[in-house]
Each structure stands twice: as structure tokens, then as C-alpha cells.
Design a protein around this ligand. Sequence first.
Ligand code: NAP
Length: 287
Amino acid sequence: MKKVAVVTGSNKGIGFSTVKGLLKRFDGVVFLTSRDNDRGKAAVAKLNQLGLHPEYHQLDVTDKTSVARFRDYVKQKYGGIDILINNAAVCNCSELYLGYQESKDIIDINYFSFFIIQEHLYPLVRNNGRILNISSDCGHLSNVRNEYWIKRLSNKDLTVKDINEFVNWHLEAVKNGTFNRSDIADDGTIAAYRVAKVAVSALTIIQQRELKARNISVNSMHPGLVRTDMTKGVGFYDADQAAETPLYMVLEAPASIQGAYIWYDRKVLDWYDPKADWYFKSVNFNQ
Ligand SMILES: NC(=O)c1ccc[n+]([C@@H]2O[C@H](COP(=O)([O-])OP(=O)(O)OC[C@H]3O[C@@H](n4cnc5c(N)ncnc54)[C@H](OP(=O)(O)O)[C@@H]3O)[C@@H](O)[C@H]2O)c1
């Protein structure tokens, strides 16, 4: 039985570098996936020039039909997935404050897509498999400054309803013009992206609970500030360097690390510490 690894949004950036690393170190089939066929195939061609051969499949994480098509293909050809890296996301990080529609688009792609992936692909993840959700420093709980939501998101019996209500609370506030910048760290900059990533890291905890019986590890991580298109080239290291910790998490980390929030240096951080200094500072964009 061939082992299978899948990386979403892997035609460029950290996802592309993670596929490259998997092709060098993982003994199995590696899927490079992209929402756009042409961009995906161009990425495959780049890897082919390096003598590396991923399998390609179109995969738009927000499109149920696309995800179901991919699921059927993998199920029929390989029967399951051993490693799944949920990496696809958007930011529009250069705009510090966004209106409702842009905020909603970011939250739909970066957070609500996880339910589509969960419904269609998680049943395919084999026992003892590994799922890595790429979050951000924007996903640490310390990005939330509203006491009510800090308390509710810290609840050990956290539910999907709690997280969805948190996300919708933010969207409603933006829609109604009542968004209070002091509810989110760093004067509420890139709030939709922060809310989506906090939601991803919180959802990771619930997903781990649900998959524990099958000994599947589900963790979320911050890959560092990385020079990619998302940051318009700002960052303290490049995508190949940034892929090292995701690769470590899915290939080498102890399987006992479960439901954790991982920093780019491999450290397991306390996601629940609302006073921690791990939230994103937008001033980093100007350095
Ligand atoms: N770069 C950083 O400093 C940084 C910091 C913290 C966290 N992160 C996280 O790291 C991950 C990778 O980011 P990156 O910096 O490598 O960004 P990137 O270079 O902008 O790459 C993002 C990838 O996601 C894909 N994508 C977007 N929407 C998609 C969809 N609906 N379906 C499938 N793929 C989709 C993009 O495809 P297209 O080419 O079609 O747009 C692209 O391949 C993201 O989760 C990001 O939030 C990055």
C-alpha cells in the first residue's frame, strides 16, 4: 500500500516548499494541489526540472465539488491519506482594516473551508495519520482582547458553535460598523485574518478530540514571518526554510504531540495564554 501526503494551496509559497521537501524525504506519493490548474501545472513543471515528481490534482478548498472530486480520486487510486497539510489561505495583509465583503472572503477561505475538508477528506485519513493546520501568530489566543471571547474560547469543552459564533460576532461588527479595534490585538489590524486563524487553531483542538480514538494527530502551527507573495516578500526567512517545521511535524515529531499549537522553531506553545507576547505586530511589515 502506497503512503500518501497532500498539501493544499501548494502551487507557491510555503505549501510549494513543503511539497518539495516531502518529495525528498517522504516515502510515498506527494500531491501538489492548487485551485487553478495552470498555476498548479506550472509549479509541477518547476519541480520536474529539479528531478522531483509530485502527483497533481486540482483542489479549491472552498469548493465542495472540487474537494469531493479530489476525495473520489484519492480514494479510488490509493484508498487513503497518511499526511494532510491544510495550508491554503489568503490575507490581503497590506490593508490593515477591511470592509465586510473582504473580511467574509478571508474567513470563508481561511476558516470555513476547513469544514469542507473535514467532511470530505478526514474520513480518508488513515489511523495514526497526521494532519497539520497551518495557522499563524495571528492564530494565537493572545490576538483576542475581548474578555468574553477569551473566556469562551478557553473553555475546555469548546464546541464548533462557540468558534462559529466568535467568527460571526466579528463579521457582524464589521458589517454594522460597530467593530471595536480594542477587541483585537495591535489596534485591530488585519482583524479578519486574525479571527480566521484563531478559529483555525481553536478548531484544531476540537478536531484532535474527535480523531484521538484513531490516533491521528492534529496540530496547528505558526510558520514564521516568511518571504512569500502573502507578505509581499517581507519576512525573516524564505519558504524553503519555513517548510522545515511543517516537515518535522508530519515526518518526525513524536506522535504524542496532539492538539497543540506549534511555533516556527518547533516549540509547543501554550495557546491558552491570553497575555502572551506571541500575537502578530503589523509593524513587522515595515521592517
Ligand atoms: N508568509 C507568512 O509570513 C505567513 C505567516 C503566518 C502564516 N502563514 C500561513 O502559511 C500558509 C501559506 O502561506 P504563504 O505565505 O505560502 O502564502 P502564499 O504564497 O500566498 O500561498 C498561499 C497558497 O494558498 C492558495 N490558496 C488560496 N486560496 C485557495 C483556495 N480557495 N483553494 C486552494 N488554494 C488556495 C494560493 O493559491 P493561488 O496561487 O491560486 O492564490 C497559494 O497557493 C497560509 O496558511 C498562511 O496563512 C504565512
